[in-house]
Design a protein around this ligand. Structure first.
Ligand code: SF4
Ligand code: SF4
Length: 365
């Protein structure tokens, strides 16, 4: 096990298991990048249910629920056999990095386009997860608008709970999240806060033009109300295919967002996509993302997933493939993904980093 840990950390350019993320990120900046042979984080949409009919909100920057409301996608739950196959594939192929001093370099995120508060099989999924992957941190995101569902998050098998509340007050919340649910979110967070044991709790703020001036107020408000919770400010991922995100960002640039985040929280781990995230070409480069319909995508930033995908989970199962094959195909693909080419979350030197990779992959289509 010791050899395995050292080898895998070496692939990330990390040589000392005792160093902190701050030490490491300083050392990592500007150095060459090395590659793992399996995605470090796997995101799967056990359900994509959210939006006005399920959560009572429609966030100003939300792309997936807009696709559902526009009739180009539909709500669905991922079949349990796919969920189990993905958990088994991770258990078999993902190298174990279990250093507790690090934020999870590796994890499974049971979230992509929906919300865990609307996942009616939450207990069954977590029991299955725990039986196969108890060593790997599990994470969910939620808008937490339903206090009656708070119990779904209070489960030690769920290691990371991330609530998104991108507003310091009710009026800003209505503008950013498209619903009058600010008080509900605070009630859900209070319930989780009072009952959760041994879970990592985070509250997230996605920066848009409508809440840009409210960051400091939010940071202080959440710090006073929920001192246990880590506060995370994130720039909005603006994607050309997502007109809603373009409108939500207005004339703000990602650099302006990142600088403002740093001004509010000088200790923020993630505030500048040019220098952090372990020297990946982009902050989501080590991910695999699987939708509830089974499309395997390059990350959570997608468009035309029927066209731009790395195959379907059912085909992986039928053909005896693994997400390892997805990963090799993605590395071999380099810059030939049109979404990646237009993405504002790439590092300035992404092209050079990617051009250094020499991988060939067999593509079954
Ligand atoms: S909580 Fe997430 S999925 Fe739900 S409407 Fe907001 S951005 Fe979309
Ligand atoms: S470049 Fe953008 S679209 Fe491509 S994997 Fe990274 S974050 Fe996702």
């Amino acid at each position: 096990m010791e050899n395995n840990i050292r080898k895998t950390l070496h692939t990330l350019g990390i040589y000392n298991l005792r160093e902190t993320i701050e030490d490491a990120s300083l050392k990592l900046q500007g150095k060459p990048y090395y590659w793992t042979d399996y995605p470090m984080a796997v995101q799967l949409d056990t359900t994509n249910r959210c939006g006005p009919s399920n959560s009572g909100i429609f966030c100003s920057y939300c792309f997936p629920q807009g696709e559902v409301l526009g009739g180009r996608d539909c709500h669905a739950d991922m079949p349990m056999e796919w969920i189990e196959w993905i958990f088994k594939d991770i258990a078999k192929n993902m190298p174990h990095l279990t250093n507790k001093e690090w934020p999870p370099l590796q994890q499974t995120c049971l979230f992509l386009n929906g919300d865990w508060q609307n996942e009616m099989r939450s207990e069954e999924i977590l029991n299955k997860y725990d039986s196969l992957l108890s060593w790997l941190p599990s994470q969910v995101f939620t808008c937490a608008t339903k206090p009656s569902e708070a119990w779904r998050f209070i489960n030690p098998k769920l290691k990371w709970v991330c609530v998104t509340c991108s507003a310091p007050d009710r009026e800003t919340y209505k503008k950013v999240h498209g619903g009058d649910k600010f008080n509900n979110v605070i009630e859900t967070m209070r319930n989780i806060d009072n009952n959760s044991i041994n879970q990592h709790l985070e509250v997230h703020y996605v920066v848009t033009k409508d809440n840009f001036d409210g960051m400091k107020k939010w940071f202080n408000f959440m710090g006073n109300k929920f001192p246990r919770w880590r506060r995370v400010l994130s720039p909005l991922v603006k994607s050309q295919c997502n007109q809603r995100s373009v409108d939500s960002m207005g004339s703000l640039t990602v650099e302006q967002q990142e600088q403002a985040i740093h001004d509010v929280d000088a200790k923020a781990h993630f505030w500048n996509h040019q220098t952090t995230a372990l020297r990946q070409p982009c902050v989501l480069h080590n991910n695999a993302a699987v939708t509830c319909h089974g499309e395997v995508l390059q990350c959570c930033n997608w468009d035309r997933k029927d066209k731009w995908n790395y195959g379907y989970i059912q085909d992986y199962i039928d053909e005896g493939r693994s997400l390892k094959d997805y990963w090799m195909e993605r590395l071999a693909n380099k810059q030939r993904n049109s979404l990646c080419r237009a993405c504002n979350l790439k590092r300035y030197d992404a092209k050079n980093l990617l051009s250094n990779i020499e991988v060939t992959a067999k593509v079954k289509r």
